[in-house]
Design a binder for this molecule. Structure first.
Ligand code: NDP
Ligand code: A1CAB
Length: 264
C-alpha cells in the first residue's frame, strides 16, 4: 500500500480483521516516521518510507495517496520495481484509468472509489476495470474491497459521478447530522441528547428505506400528518432550497473530480 493515511488505514484495519491478508504480508509506504510507527504498532504490518520497497514482487499494489502526488509517486517506482502480474488498485479521486495505465504499462489496473464508512465496514465502493484486468483481478479487488463494505461495478465514465455522490457523500450527511443536532439545541435540547437523536434518525431512516425498499417520497408521505409538524418542517426546507442544495453539492463534487482528472 502506498499512502497510509485515513483511507489507507481504514482498509488495512479491515483486511487485518477479516484476515484477507496476514499483517506480515502487508507493507505500507508512508513518509511520516510517526505514522509508520503507529501503523506498525496498531496493525502489525510492515512499514517503509521507500515506495519502491513496498512495490517489489507483490500481488496487489494499492494506491491510497492524494491525486496531487500521483505523478511523483509513479516516478518513484522505477520500471524494474513493477511486476507485470501485480494488480494495481487505485482509490485516487478523479485519476482516470488511462493515467494509471500509462504509469503502469501492461499491468492490470482497477480504479475504485470507496467512502469513509469503510472504516467501520459500512462503506460502498464502486470499481471500474482497466483494459488488462481480467475476471480473476476483479474477483481479487472485490475480495479486498468487500472487507470495507459493499462493492458495485460501474463503467469508468461513471466514476466521477460516483465520487460526487457516495465518495464525498459522507461529508454532506455529516453536515446534515450536525445541523439536525444544532436545530435540536436551538429548540432547547441538551447537545448530547440532540446528537443521539440526530444520529439515530439518519441511521434508522436509511435502514427503513433499504429494508422495505420503498421510495423516499413514500416515507416522507408516511411521516407527514395532515396539518402536522413534519409538513411545516418540510415547507421550511423547500423554501431554503434544500433539495437543490444537495443536488448542487453532488454536481460540484462531480465537476471537481472531472477537473482533477484533466490535470493528471
Ligand atoms: N477521504 C475520503 O473520504 C476518500 C478518499 N479517497 C481517496 O483516497 C486517497 C487518500 O485520501 P485520504 O486517505 O483521505 O488522504 P490522507 O492524506 O489521509 O492519506 C494520504 C497518505 O499518503 C501519504 N503520502 C503523501 N505523499 C506520499 C508519497 N510520496 N508516498 C507515499 N505516501 C505518501 C500522506 O502522508 P503525509 O500526510 O505525510 O503527506 C498520507 O498519509 C485520495 O486519493 C482520495 O482521493 C477516496 C475515497 C474517499
Ligand atoms: O474529497 C476528496 O477529494 C476525497 C474523494 C472522495 C472523498 N474524499
Amino acid at each position: 500500500m502506498i499512502g497510509g493515511g485515513m483511507m489507507g488505514e481504514a482498509l488495512l484495519s479491515r483486511l487485518v480483521v477479516e484476515q484477507v491478508y496476514l499483517p506480515d504480508d502487508m507493507v505500507v509506504s508512508e513518509p511520516q516516521v510517526k505514522r509508520q510507527e503507529f501503523l506498525a504498532q496498531q496493525y502489525g504490518v510492515q512499514v517503509t518510507g521507500e515506495n519502491r520497497l513496498a512495490a517489489n514482487a507483490i500481488e496487489v499494489l494499492f494506491l491510497a495517496i492524494k491525486p496531487q502526488v500521483f505523478e511523483q509517486v509513479a516516478v518513484s517506482l522505477s520500471a524494474h520495481d513493477r511486476h507485470p502480474a501485480t494488480l494495481v488498485i487505485s482509490i485516487l479521486a478523479g485519476t482516470p484509468l488511462k493515467t494509471l495505465e500509462s504509469a503502469f504499462p501492461g499491468q492490470p489496473v482497477i480504479r475504485a472509489m470507496p467512502n469513509t464508512p469503510a472504516a467501520v465496514g459500512a462503506g460502498i465502493t464502486a470499481i471500474a476495470a482497466g483494459q488488462h484486468a481480467q475476471a480473476h483481478h476483479l474477483e481479487l479487488a472485490r475480495r479486498i474491497l468487500e472487507t470495507v463494505g459493499e462493492v458495485v461495478e460501474v463503467p469508468e465514465s461513471m466514476m466521477d459521478a460516483v465520487t460526487g455522490l457516495s465518495g464525498s457523500g459522507p461529508g454532506y450527511v455529516a453536515l446534515m447530522i450536525e445541523a439536525l443536532a444544532d436545530g435540536g439545541v436551538a429548540a432547547g435540547l441538551p447537545r448530547a441528547i440532540a446528537m443521539k437523536l440526530a444520529l439515530q434518525t439518519v441511521r434508522g431512516t436509511a435502514q427503513l428505506l433499504q429494508e422495505e425498499g420503498i421510495h423516499p417520497g413514500e416515507l416522507k408521505d408516511r411521516v407527514t400528518s395532515p396539518g402536522g409538524t413534519t409538513i411545516a418542517g418540510i415547507a421550511a426546507l423547500e423554501k431554503s432550497g434544500f433539495r437543490s442544495a444537495v443536488i448542487e453539492a453532488v454536481r460540484a463534487a462531480w465537476m471537481r473530480s472531472k477537473e482533477l482528472g484533466q490535470k493528471s
